[in-house]
Design a protein around this ligand. Structure first.
Ligand SMILES: NC(=O)C1=CN([C@@H]2O[C@H](COP(=O)(O)OP(=O)(O)OC[C@H]3O[C@@H](n4cnc5c(N)ncnc54)[C@H](O)[C@@H]3O)[C@@H](O)[C@H]2O)C=CC1
Ligand SMILES: C[N+](C)(C)CC(=O)CC(=O)[O-]
Length: 489
């Protein structure tokens, strides 16, 4: 049975949480008095469905059930996780905890999205303080993995479980050891924001110039190395010590105004809002969100290919999602040799789509390439085998595009071995969304020696399983379209 999360407050962040839980297979129960909450959440969900599943190379679990509730007591019924995302006002948050603790399970976790309050402040008037823990996400909560977890002594026993649950929905729990206003990350964000407000007020830069200064330069660096690793490199061969020697003195010149906050007068607010409209007013907020999401997915998938930073986290999550053996790794794991083998089951990443609004032709080859890689693994052409000098090269490919598919759609590839003897491996891949055939890919591969770069016989550890699979698949009907040439039906 699906686990249940209650979302209390379904605005910008609550909507993101709802999407994160739902797409990870949880049932989600929402309470928000705003009559527009359902519409807003459904728009956030559309964006999330098109972006989040494509971060993974495995299919995510089936989506949970989403329901809206008129009362908080109804929403928290049966929930093992309650995420509070009401506006950032301490009195309101405390009132909400008092009310929901009258109705929720005593062992449910109550996570607060608060950007700045300390957990001890939130727990202040609670009936069961030990249930309440800061779980501070970053917008969009359905894509960004960071979650700052801050507890007090009262929470000690439950923090391990909190972290496990968050990892289970693809997040990166950063366990903040000491409570402090605004935790860790928002302290930086506020310092940068404060400086930016001064630059505008003093007429030095516009909102657009400030954003260019970030996104054309250090913003790109920070997504992959953060502050200290970046500065270590900036110190040259002598590293961090030299960096501090050279740039430490600047800290006291001072380059920044640090704690001073410019007064947010109507005039300054108008100036900032007008500049922001001039910069980005041609897009709706939802359009901007879609650009943001597509960029984030592309960046995170690049990091994934390099197994670095947020990308390494995604790779780990892929492995946990395949723990159920959804995609076999060895022939022994293939449940039924008399059927084509499922070699890919994943969603279409948003950055696989193109100007026609559907999956780009190059990505069909990528998906079929992944299917071939998986089939190679299944028959024993493992990384170890390849390291010893044997592998397959693709000699010929024929792809038929039969129907279109869009970002976020769950696709699977089923592979039939048409022949697998001697140096040749002849594969026929069929790509589906549900029962709908999207494309086929027919590929001839030749076994090679990676030393001579020439065709060679596979070792028995590959030849035998491949022959076994080919013999089983020889009993299957010849797939429609096999052996076709371009234009020939
Ligand atoms: N917006 C952001 O970038 C981030 C916000 N947060 C935190 O998340 C929390 C929520 O912020 P946002 O989503 O930005 O605010 P928001 O204003 O977009 O959403 C707040 C929602 O709470 C609802 N609400 C108000 N009173 C309620 C009640 N008694 N019970 C249930 N729902 C109620 C409102 O109708 C609204 O939909 C805050 O604590 C904030 O610090 C955390 C990370 C980022
Ligand atoms: C502006 N903010 C303080 C609400 C920002 C956050 O809390 C985190 C984020 O998403 O930037």
């Amino acid at each position: 049975m699906a686990q249940v999360a209650a979302i209390i407050g379904g605005g910008v962040i609550g909507g993101g949480w709802a999407a994160r839980f739902l797409l990870n297979g949880w049932d989600v129960r929402v309470f928000d008095p705003d009559p527009e909450a359902e519409r807003k959440i459904s728009e956030v969900l559309d964006n999330a469905r098109a972006s989040l599943p494509g971060l993974y190379d495995m299919a995510m679990p089936d989506e949970g059930k989403l329901t809206y509730h008129d009362t908080m007591s109804d929403a928290v019924a049966g929930a093992s996780w309650i995420q509070e995302s009401v506006p950032e006002r301490l009195e309101l948050k405390r009132k909400v905890y008092q009310m929901l603790q009258e109705h929720c399970a005593a062992d449910a976790i109550i996570g607060s999205s608060t950007s700045g309050f300390k957990p001890s402040e939130l727990q202040g008037c609670a009936t069961r303080p030990e249930q309440i823990v800061v779980c501070h996400p970053f917008n969009p909560a359905y894509l960004l993995p960071l979650i700052e977890v801050v507890g007090t002594d009262a929470n000690e026993e439950m923090l391990g479980g909190v972290a496990d649950t968050l990892r289970g929905i693809g997040m990166y729990p950063l366990m903040v050891k000491k409570e402090i206003d605004a935790h860790i990350a928002d302290r930086f964000l506020e310092a940068v924001w404060r400086e930016a407000l001064w630059l505008i007020k003093d007429g030095i830069a516009t909102t657009e110039e400030i954003d260019e200064a970030i996104r054309m330069g250090f913003g790109l660096r920070w997504a992959q190395m953060g502050l200290f690793e970046t500065y270590r490199i900036a110190g040259g061969e002598a590293g961090m010590r030299h960096f501090i020697e050279q740039f430490g003195p600047c800290l006291s010149w001072p380059w920044t105004k640090l704690m001073d906050v410019p007064e947010l007068t109507d005039e300054l607010i108008d100036q900032i809002a007008d500049q922001s409209d001039a910069q980005s007013g041609q897009y709706s907020i939802r359009e901007l969100e879609r650009h943001r999401d597509a960029n984030l997915v592309g960046m995170m998938r690049t990091l994934k290919a390099r197994d670095w930073g947020a990308g390494a986290l995604l790779n780990t999550h892929d492995k946990t999602m395949n723990q159920t053996g959804a995609i076999a790794e060895r022939l022994a794991d293939v449940s039924d040799l008399t059927k084509p083998v499922k070699t890919v089951e994943r969603a279409v990443p948003i950055d696989w789509t193109d100007y026609n609004g559907h999956m780009n032709e190059a990505r069909y080859l990528q998906a079929f390439g992944d299917a071939t890689d998986r089939l190679m693994l299944i028959v024993g052409c493992t990384p170890e085998y390849i390291a010893e000098g044997g592998s397959y090269f693709t000699a010929e490919t024929h792809i038929r595009h039969i129907d279109e598919v869009h970002a976020g759609a769950k696709i699977r590839v089923e592979t039939q071995v048409m022949a697998g003897a001697g140096k040749k491996m002849h594969l026929f891949h069929a790509m589906y969304e549900g029962e709908r055939l999207l494309a086929t890919g027919e590929h001839m591969l030749i076994h090679v020696s990676l030393e001579t770069r020439r065709a060679s016989e596979p070792a028995p550890s590959v030849a035998d399983p491949l022959a076994r699979l080919a013999a089983a698949h020889a009993k299957l009907p010849r797939p429609e379209g096999a052996g076709a040439a371009v234009g020939v039906r």
